[in-house]
Design a protein around this ligand. Structure first.
Ligand SMILES: Nc1ncnc2c1ncn2[C@@H]1O[C@H](COP(=O)(O)OP(=O)(O)OP(=O)(O)O)[C@@H](O)[C@H]1O
Ligand SMILES: [Mg+2]
Length: 585
């Protein structure tokens, strides 16, 4: 990622080198003017002497001093131009790099497995992608090339200073390692504090994000005060941490400034003493003080850069955490052979967390074109079965096999598998876009309105949509808040119908619609998807009874499997639930 932007940073360093070099010339011009043009106690280097001769000699310059002033201005102007170019290169490099970093982060996050999202707070992830990326950006735009610039300035200034007076240069230079060592010591001490502050900020974002998402629950249960106090407590801790951190930083910056002040003072005093003793000309003294000024502030800045590096180090680590997380194994993208055939669960066992088995030895076969109904109590593992089939969670090697058309799904590339299977999740989620866009979410570009209308018809949505004044262009609020639970479920079903995959899974997708709508949607589905393999998960016997086979899941085990009639005859769990729900005589 850094490679493609390297040239901008390289050019930036080159321009800053020119600017720094030009900055070094002006004190020399002043020195020669004071010593050789105004006074007579200096010696000019040969090339300067011959240049002055060509322009008319020292006496000419003495009567045309404005020429020297003009030279100083031109040099300053050129230096400003190079500094501008340096800044622009830096901005180009930084912004491109940061854009790529953001794109890559987003792309990587998209490819991370479900389990990763379970283990990480959304607020914290967002904080890593915004605040931490911003810290890196500040470092790149302000400080990374500053390191080169400062290094360069120090070397150049030292060169000129040594040439003017070695002893004075020693007095000035002795402070450089002091500042660097002091900064490094501080850098090491403060790293952990930055890490903690960033983590605290992540937690704060997580609380805010969770509260915004769950605002209805908070209001419904009157939890505002509790949630506010929880936020304030976290915010208190975070604020205290920053005050402490900034306290240390201020102490560091002030002591660093003091060291710089000390250096300037010593150079001024020693230089003055050398001047009084006649060991240094006034012009050379002025030039030396100018160079020392040029050196002192970059050295002070160097201290800041080093201390801020601990902060950027922490941010880089937090961003790397995301980029280093293992994405889903998408498989060979050239393998796009279409899938067909039966779905087989072969002795499948699964646990989200070690030792807590959610599924145990589940086996069944679903023939192509058949409908399977799944019935089971709350938490029986029905959704988990479907997550495994879509590889939202990976089935470990020694936990059985799931095959489609005889192929282990672990060997089927994810895009192929997921285009083959469509899953209406138990909790529908809609984007804050129009209804048409939401229904056609699986299509690229403009929604195909014919397909959208057809799907809406099958999902029993047409009437509802026609009642909205904007029809299909009705804007759905965030997460679909402006729709009722049943309307959201119907929209999710319509989404799947637009996709029209060969295998369709409805995970409790009709639970929020009334019995009548449920029946209408099912009969429309049957007509429309006659060739599709279907899996219906539901707590309602009426939803499942027409399926070719019904699987009854009990605490992760297959308790019964068979057609409606077969299961009624078995007189087991299915019959019991049937009696409660349907045959309440
Ligand atoms: N991401 C997860 N991490 C850990 N445990 C989980 C996770 N998701 C589900 N579980 C657990 O797995 C078990 C089965 O959950 P699952 O969602 O498959 O049940 P279900 O049969 O679909 O239930 P329901 O009818 O309520 O939708 C539950 O005990 C649940 O607590
Ligand atoms: Mg479920």
């Amino acid at each position: 990622m850094f490679k493609s932007c390297k040239r901008y940073f390289f050019l930036g360093v080159v321009f800053s080198l020119f600017a720094a070099f030009l900055d070094m010339i002006n004190p020399k011009v002043v020195q020669y003017t004071v010593d050789c043009v105004l006074g007579t106690d200096g010696t000019l280097p040969d090339f300067v002497a011959s240049l002055i001769e060509k322009t008319g000699g020292v006496s000419f310059l003495r009567s045309h001093l404005y020429l020297i002033a003009l030279l100083v201005v031109v040099i300053a102007l050129l230096a400003a131009l190079f500094r501008y170019l340096y800044r622009m290169c830096n901005i180009f490099g930084t912004e491109r790099l940061i854009k790529r970093l953001r794109d890559r982060l987003f792309d990587h996050i998209q490819r991370l497995p479900f389990s990763w999202y379970n283990a990480n707070h959304t607020g914290d992830i967002i904080q890593r992608c915004t605040s931490d990326v911003e810290t890196v950006r500040n470092f790149l735009s302000e400080q990374m090339t500053a390191l080169f610039r400062i290094g360069l300035l120090i070397v150049m200034a030292m060169f000129f200073m040594i040439r003017i007076d070695g002893r004075l240069a020693f007095v000035s230079g002795v402070f450089i390692p002091v500042v660097i060592l002091y900064s490094l010591f501080f850098h090491n001490r403060i790293g952990n504090a930055f890490q903690k502050a960033d983590e605290e900020e992540g937690l704060l974002s997580a609380i805010a994000q969770e509260n915004l998402t769950g605002v209805r629950v908070v209001r419904a249960f009157g939890r505002e005060i509790y949630e506010r106090e929880r936020f304030e407590k976290q915010n208190d801790g975070y604020t205290r941490m920053w005050i402490r951190l900034m306290g240390w930083l201020s102490a560091f910056w002030c002591s660093n400034d003091f060291i710089t002040g000390l250096q300037i003072m010593l150079v001024t005093v020693f230089g003055a003493v050398f001047c009084v003793h006649g060991e240094l000309s006034v012009g050379a003294y002025i030039a030396f003080v100018s160079y020392n000024g040029m050196l002192a502030w970059p050295v002070r800045e160097l201290g800041r850069v080093i201390s801020d590096m601990s902060r950027v180090g922490v941010s880089v680590k937090r961003i790397r955490y995301i980029l280093d997380s293992e994405p889903e194994n998408a498989g060979d993208d050239k393998d796009s052979a279409p899938l067909s055939g039966d779905i087989v669960f072969d002795h499948v066992s699964f646990a989200y967390e070690k030792d807590t088995k959610v599924l145990e030895d589940v086996s069944f076969t679903l023939k192509q074109g058949q409908t399977l109904g799944i019935l089971g109590g709350t938490g029986a593992g029905k959704s988990t079965l479907m997550y495994l089939l879509e590889r939202l969670y990976e089935l470990p090697e020694d936990c059985g096999r799931i095959t489609i058309g005889g192929r282990d799904i672990r060997d089927i590339p994810l895009p192929v598998l997921r285009s083959h299977i469509g899953l209406v999740l138990q909790e529908s989620f809609l984007f804050s876009r129009t209804l048409a866009e939401n229904i056609a979410i699986t299509q690229e570009g403009e929604p195909d309105m014919d397909a959208v209308k057809q799907a809406a018809g099958t999902a029993d949505l047409t009437e509802t949509i026609e009642r909205f004044s904007d029809g299909y262009e009705t804007f759905v609020g965030e997460r679909g808040v402006t729709l009722s639970g049943g309307q959201k479920q119907s929209t999710a079903i319509a989404q799947l119908l637009v996709k029209n995959p060969p295998v369709m899974i409805f995970d409790d997708s009709l639970s929020a619609v009334d019995m009548e709508t449920d029946a209408r949607i099912r009969s429309a589905l049957k007509e429309r998807t006659a060739d599709a393999t279907m899996i219906l998960i539901s707590h309602r016997i009426t939803t499942l009874m027409q399926a070719d086979r019904i699987l009854v899941l009990d605490h992760g085990h297959v308790a019964e499997i068979g057609s409606h009639e077969e299961l009624l005859k078995k007189n087991g769990i299915y019959k019991h639930i049937y009696d409660i729900q349907v045959d309440q005589k």
